[in-house]
Design a protein around this ligand. Structure first.
Ligand code: NDP
Length: 311
């Protein structure tokens, strides 16, 4: 198996910064028309990781000139109370986008909430109407992470049309919309999942391989076609020494991080598999960086769509 000597590392931070700079220009353009896009971020309870994500989303809004409001219902909130909150936000003229951070407490019915958010304020792209529009190839608010996957490929000038693209993972949030977006870009798409027979037979055919599985280092070198573009969506925290060694034995930088924090993040692709790639997104520093940038882009898009402003 030929090992690529110079796999191209796709820098998510750089691409995210580029998108955010474009969003800031767009926000200024809207400001000249007296419009300020607004995002409501709903953070239920006090899950530490969610607090970090939401804080970072609100901060990015501030940096780009987008209005944001953080709403923090307690962990005991009911579905009915959440539906009432969504109805208020739907009715507010100053709010263009509604974000409900997950995970939600088990008593809250997430599906009902997803359907309660007005499709035109659904900046996460989770409403069935937006999912349907995406499938039909109509203008839609598209889920942020898969939208980020396409931006990485396009802005890195990697070919999509005609390529064999294999997506592993079929969640409504990542895998399914990623497959649909790749199809709209004229890739030949295979969508794999936990019931797929002989997964490696499919992944070895992939010129573009998107891993969105939620299992650390699941895609191993034997599953990769040399020279493939690998997009690793996975974010998995490793705390066990044995697991750490399985992925990062001999990696001084990761060793130092593990020693100081007691954990490291690994994607759904084994680091050894990246050595075969033509190009790949690192974890961290790849797709994850795009998710907030695409949320900002969606918020501005929602502000424009709602007011029928073109562009
Ligand atoms: P889900 O758990 O919702 O979906 C996982 C998918 O992987 C399912 O479709 C499942 O198949 C499939 N799968 C699980 N095991 C296997 C297997 N052995 N073989 C083949 N397929 C398998 O996860 P998400 O889509 O929400 O997230 C996926 C990953 O992406 C996670 O690591 C998550 O942390 C990360 N993520 C990263 C984001 C970012 O900003 N970078 C944003 C969102 C998620 P089946 O349907 O048959 O069960």
């Amino acid at each position: 198996m030929a090992v690529s000597q110079s796999a191209n590392i796709l820098d998510g931070a750089r691409i995210a910064a580029e998108i955010q700079a474009e969003v800031a220009v767009e926000v200024q353009r809207l400001a000249a028309q007296g419009i300020r896009p607004g995002l409501a971020a709903v953070l239920v309870g006090s899950v530490p990781a969610s607090q970090i994500y939401v804080r970072s989303k609100v901060q990015t809004c501030e940096q780009l000139g987008i209005f944001s409001e953080l709403i923090t219902p307690p962990a005991t909130v009911t579905t009915e109370e959440m539906l009432a909150l969504v109805a208020q936000l739907n009715a507010r003229e100053d709010i263009d986008g509604i974000l409900i951070q997950t995970p939600l407490p088990s008593q809250v019915d997430k599906k009902l909430l997803d359907e309660a958010v007005l499709p035109e304020k659904d900046v996460d792209g989770f409403h069935p109407i937006n999912a349907g529009r995406l499938q039909a190839g109509q203008p839609a608010l598209v889920p942020c992470t898969p939208a980020g996957v396409i931006e990485i490929l396009k802005r890195s000038h990697l070919p999509i049309a005609g390529q064999n693209a294999v997506v592993v993972g079929r969640s409504d949030i990542v895998g399914k919309p990623a497959a649909m977006l790749l199809l709209h870009e004229n890739a030949t798409v295979t969508l794999c999942h936990s019931k797929t027979r002989d997964l490696a037979r499919h992944t070895r055919e992939a010129e573009i391989l998107v891993a969105a599985i939620g299992r650390p280092g699941f895609i191993t070198p034997e599953m990769v076609r040399p020279g493939a573009t690998i997009i690793d969506v996975g974010i998995n925290r490793i705390t066990e020494r044995s697991e750490f060694d399985r992925f990062f034995a001999g990696n001084a930088k990761r060793e130092a991080a593990f020693a100081s924090k007691g954990s490291v993040i690994v994607g759904d692709v084994h680091p050894k598999a990246f050595e075969l790639a033509g190009a790949y997104t690192p974890v961290p520093g790849g797709v994850g960086k795009l998710t907030i940038a695409m949320l900002m882009a969606n918020t501005v898009r929602a502000a424009k769509l709602r007011r029928a402003i073109a562009g």
